[in-house]
Write a protein of this length. Sequence first.
Length: 138
Amino acid sequence: MSHANELAVGAALPPISLRITRALVDAYGELADDYNPIHFDDEVARQRGFPAAIGHGAIAASLVFAMLTDWLGDWPIDSDDLDLVFVGPVIVGDLVTAGGEIEAEEDGAWRCKVWCRNEQGKQVIAGTARVRRERIPK
């Protein structure tokens, strides 16, 4: 865990990774009641321009939340803010890594660039998190 007095603009946030397995996508689909065949049927996904079935975007987005929670101890609270954009598909079987870096300090908060990338290094989620400095462990 990074401490406030060790951080500066350009500092990396501690990354975490998750393999998007068929079992994970099946479980999420059941939990979310989302049975869109693009997530379960490779042929349907190929017909829509993907190389194979794709994971639900919320699975990859949850990895950003998990990374921030690992770093801060909890997320979100009070003045925290997170803005995410889905920029590419996560293919079932991909290893996805969430990471980030501190871009700036403004108004008592760190503005952090956050992302998820697949194992080929392609970004699948891009975003910005704003975290009040006093939330960083001392």
